[in-house]
Design a protein around this ligand. Structure first.
Ligand SMILES: Cc1cc2nc3c(=O)[nH]c(=O)nc-3n(C[C@H](O)[C@H](O)[C@H](O)COP(=O)(O)OP(=O)(O)OC[C@H]3O[C@@H](n4cnc5c(N)ncnc54)[C@H](O)[C@@H]3O)c2cc1C
Length: 324
């Protein structure tokens, strides 16, 4: 049985790993990737010690730090977690069937992009449907594109695509809510068309995305809630006229949701499905800690996630020393 397993190798998990290694706990880090969300941002200007650094470059530095502590890392996706026999420790079950046992566990699984849940979305993921404009916009230089989401992420994605010469249909089920300064930068652009109060119905194509169908919900008193198709838009949207836009790229920018589902009913979540933690990253379950964006901690930032990872490792170390 391991003393400590950390799930997730974003800023929180990697920092927890370094702190735990320095406490002699020889932690095992299990993660689908290294770097997490920070890899998706081009420039980080608010991580102390670096006035401006690429997100993935900063994560490379974190990885070097992990390697310097000789941390054991396994690239796997965790499917579920359950309590160990007689309530001792935890059993971690991976997608490939592999299981691990540990006395203490830190969950640092962060967040993932929220999906639209419309027909064609899952099918064309990676074939024209993207959840990361920072990563994928350069693939759509001068192309016809759609961006879904009227917040800052959507407006920023539209801006990036316009800079690359793309035609952009910016679609939101409500009104544009992005910061005024950002909206002013894009709204007069001749290659931008904004569709407020429009619901995405489906994405279609052959080998790759070829179009998106949307429906105008403005005249139907739509409230922006999910409808029966699971898409975004008002509940009366089914009565609205559909428009098909021929596009090669669809950028879904409608927010993020916590990767807390692996916990099942082991631990308490808040209304946003974030893991509730106290100021020592304790979840209320003996030996179970959580850190970073997957928790209800205030502020979803790299520096905060890293600090929370450090706290979780220190708290786990104390738990293993005195209570396990
Ligand atoms: C586009 C964008 C730009 C941003 N820009 C900035 C910025 O400029 N400055 C800033 O401070 N913050 C920024 N942030 C926020 C910052 O990236 C996050 O707050 C931070 O990455 C959170 O770290 P984390 O370790 O908690 O989670 P994450 O970074 O989400 O890492 C989670 C890790 O867990 C792994 N994982 C998840 N589920 C599983 C599973 N089931 N099994 C195995 N592994 C799993 C993931 O693969 C990943 O490695 C940005 C975020 C985004 C999306």
């Amino acid at each position: 049985m391991h003393k400590l397993i950390i799930i997730g190798a974003g800023p929180a998990g990697m920092t927890a790993g370094v702190y735990a290694a320095r406490k002699g706990l020889a932690p095992l880090v299990i993660s689908e990737d290294i770097g997490g969300q920070a890899n998706w941002t081009k420039n980080v200007e608010n991580y102390m010690g670096f006035t401006d650094i690429g997100g993935s470059e900063l994560m490379d530095r974190f990885k070097e730090h992990m390697d310097a502590q000789r941390l054991t890392y396994e690239a796997r996706r965790v499917k579920a977690i359950r309590r160990g026999e007689n309530g001792v420790g935890f059993v971690i079950q991976c997608d490939d069937g592999r299981e691990y046992q540990t006395r203490a566990l830190i969950i640092a699984t962060g967040k993932r992009p929220r999906m639209l849940h419309v027909p064609g979305e899952a099918e064309f993921r990676g074939k024209g449907v993207s959840y990361c404009a920072t990563c994928d916009a350069p693939l759509f230089r001068n192309a016809d594109t759609a961006v879904i989401g009227g917040g800052n992420s959507g407006a920023q994605a539209a801006y990036d695509l316009l800079q690359l010469g793309a035609d952009v249909h910016l679609i939101t089920n409500e009104n544009i809510t992005a910061d005024r300064a950002l909206v002013e930068k894009i709204s007069a652009h001749p290659k931008l068309k904004i569709y407020e109060k429009h619901q995405v119905r489906r994405i279609d194509g052959g080998a790759m995305v070829e179009g998106i169908t949307i429906a105008d919900t403005s005249g139907t008193g739509g409230t922006g809630g999910a409808d029966s198709t699971g898409g975004v838009g008002g509940p009366d949207a089914t009565a609205a006229t559909e428009i098909r836009l021929p596009v090669a790229g669809v950028f879904v920018e409608i927010g993020l949701e916590p990767n807390s589902q692996i916990l099942g009913d082991i631990s308490q979540l808040n209304d946003d499905r974030e893991i509730r933690v106290d100021c020592q990253c304790r979840t209320g379950i003996d030996g179970l800690f959580a850190a970073g964006d997957v928790t209800d901690v205030y502020g979803k930032q790299i520096i905060i996630a890293a600090s929370e990872g450090a706290k979780a490792a220190l708290a786990a170390s104390e738990y293993l020393l005195y209570k396990a």
